[in-house]
Ligand binder design. Structure first.
Ligand SMILES: [Zn+2]
Length: 290
């Protein structure tokens, strides 16, 4: 079924709305450096692809991707190719777009977040919405990119052969990666796997090892004191915009497996929101008297 808003006609969007039970997914990513080995559009590309794959498991309307998510990008040190917009613009765009989605009869919106840096923006956005009269609810779902971690844990706990895509060598590699303390963060194993499943030509494993993905630990003293600084804290620890141990053994089979698991997780979230009849009632109750 064609689940993409942009590929439907005005006249047959209603068919998709019915199949979606009024739920619409808007992926949100960003445009930022992902080490030397992954593309600038990683988060937006993976958001769109995972959302589409999920919609083929559990039919749901997929709205065009909110490509330019939140980055602290005003400083001159921000890497080339990064695209940033002011927070005021982002908040206004999010609200306007959700209004437009709702105008077409989709009153349950899932913002599918694929960029960790969007969390403060999205929590501010949903907080802001709480004070606005509206006829739609917004739920935030998230990509975790932790499928390799989960696979390793599951194989160790529940035995081999759980993932039809993987060979014994693949299983060995994933288990060993984490047994040896492998780290899977920004531009790490999980994101490499997603991109390899979506656009293998955009992954450059041969560039791994040139710049380190390990923390400089310069900001650790703040973390130990329970302090977080938004600007520069992460960048000081990860000056190469890469937080991970080089996933040199990632291959197409592992990639497909990770991608499938991510799509299934989102499909499940969609299914729950499609089947429930409470949230819009709660919204009405909440807004009574406005
Ligand atoms: Zn990313």
């Amino acid at each position: 079924m064609e689940t993409r808003w942009m590929y439907r006609t005005s006249n047959d969007l209603c068919e998709l709305r019915e199949a979606s039970k009024g739920v619409c997914v808007m992926p949100i990513g960003c445009v930022e450096k992902h080490g030397l080995h992954l593309p600038l559009g990683q988060d937006s590309i993976q958001g769109e692809a995972i959302a589409y794959a999920a919609s083929q498991i559990e039919p749901v309307c997929v709205f065009p991707t909110f490509t330019f998510g939140d980055l602290c990008g005003a400083a001159p040190s921000v890497p080339e190719g990064t695209v940033t917009l002011p927070e005021e613009t982002l908040l206004l765009l999010l609200e306007q777009l959700c209004g437009q989605i709702s105008r077409s009869g989709f009153h349950k919106i899932i913002i599918f977040n694929c960029h960790g840096g969007n969390y403060p923006l999205l929590s501010l956005f949903t907080r802001m919405l709480a004070n606005k009269k509206r006829d739609y609810i917004v739920a935030v779902a998230t990509v975790t990119a932790t499928e390799p971690d989960e696979i390793a844990k599951n194989l160790k706990q529940n035995g081999r052969g759980l993932y039809p895509e993987l060979t014994t060598e693949d299983e060995d590699y994933i288990i060993k990666f984490f047994d040896e303390g492998g780290i899977n963060g920004h531009a790490g194993f999980g994101e490499v796997a997603y991109m390899m499943a979506i656009a293998p030509e955009a992954v450059h494993l041969d560039r791994l090892g040139i710049e380190s993905g390990l923390s400089t630990h310069k900001a650790d003293f703040l973390n130990r004191a329970g302090l977080r600084i938004r600007d520069a804290g992460w960048e000081v620890d990860y000056p190469n915009a890469y937080d991970g141990t080089d996933p040199v053994g990632c291959n197409e089979r592992i990639a497909k497996c990770c991608f499938r698991l991510a799509a299934e997780r989102l499909a499940h979230s969609v299914k729950v929101l499609k089947e429930e009849n409470e949230t819009l009632k709660w919204l009405d109750e909440y807004q009574k008297g406005w």
